[in-house]
Design a protein around this ligand. Structure first.
Ligand SMILES: [Zn+2]
Length: 282
């Protein structure tokens, strides 16, 4: 499933094709995605200018000249592909090399096509009239990990009196959005905090280290284009290279890159946890 860095990578890949351009034509080949496309979806977009392409959590938001917003979510297996002059484009979803799962095609005024491909159809597109941040999918989202409201004071405050392991708290989308399993594991390693520690036992210094580690981990992943897992390629089809830089994730039994101890694995909340018993003693 695409995580925050992958979605941000997709945003950066799509922005040059969409920003400052109009929708010349919108082809809906299949409208029954996770939720059915709204009635008149193509007509509503037709002729509208994309003023900017933003992101909130794992949603992409195309701000339209009308003040409305096109909201897009990749779901489990969705991807976008940029092509030119109505040709299908060069790059394809890794597991979907056919165009059979091309459900929506945006033909932009610069001659580029932006194609939404989604074999499992858990992705969704929404046409939102008015302020998107009041939309039911966005209204109650927790702070963004890369924005100022996710800071030491905030993490300190939300960990008080919480008995859950710190890793599960970091992955709780009601506390902070977009810190998926890979990034939680890597951030805890970077901050030298054992993933099983009770959240309430985290010190203020550790909270500060964790905030820095979460931000650094996500920034690094964005910089190298997301983590390539089976289901994901960037909007331009380029693979992510973050995987080569992982310290603990899926490295059980291998030597810690920092100290040489063997990385261990355990299960927390049905998700795999990886840590270095030497670097993350407590
Ligand atoms: Zn180590």
């Amino acid at each position: 499933m695409p995580e925050l860095p992958e979605v941000e990578t997709v945003r950066r890949g799509l922005a040059p094709a969409m920003e400052g351009e109009r929708f010349d034509k919108v082809e809906v080949r299949r409208g029954d995605l996770r939720w059915p496309l709204p009635r008149g979806f193509a007509q509503k977009l037709h002729g509208k200018l994309v003023e900017g392409l933003g992101r909130r959590a794992k949603y992409l938001l195309a701000d339209l000249s009308s003040g409305d917003v096109l909201l897009m979510h990749l779901g489990m297996s969705g991807s976008f592909r940029v092509g030119k002059n109505s040709t299908p484009g060069t790059y394809y979803h890794e597991r979907s090399k056919s165009t059979a799962h091309d459900h929506i095609v945006f033909h932009m005024s610069n001659g580029k096509t932006v194609t939404f491909n989604d074999p499992r159809r858990f992705g969704s597109l929404h046409y939102v009239e008015g302020d998107p941040l009041t939309h039911k999918l966005l209204a109650r989202l927790a702070p963004e990990p890369l924005e100022a409201d996710f800071n030491t004071d905030y993490l300190w405050r939300i960990t008080r009196k919480r008995r859950v392991p710190i890793k599960q708290l970091l992955m709780d989308g009601h506390r902070v959005v977009g810190v998926g399993n890979i990034y939680a594991n890597e951030a805890l390693f970077r901050a030298r905090v054992k993933p099983t520690r009770r959240a309430s036992g985290i010190t203020q210094a550790e909270a500060a280290a964790l905030v820095r580690a979460v931000r650094a981990t996500l920034r690094m992943a964005i910089r190298v284009g997301g983590t390539t897992l089976r289901d994901y390629v960037g909007a331009d089809g380029a693979p992510g290279y973050f995987r080569q830089r992982l310290h603990v994730y899926e490295r059980e039994g291998r030597a810690c890159r920092r100290c040489g101890a063997l990385i261990r694995q355990l299960t927390q909340g049905h998700r795999s946890t990886y840590y270095c018993p030497q670097c993350q003693k407590s």
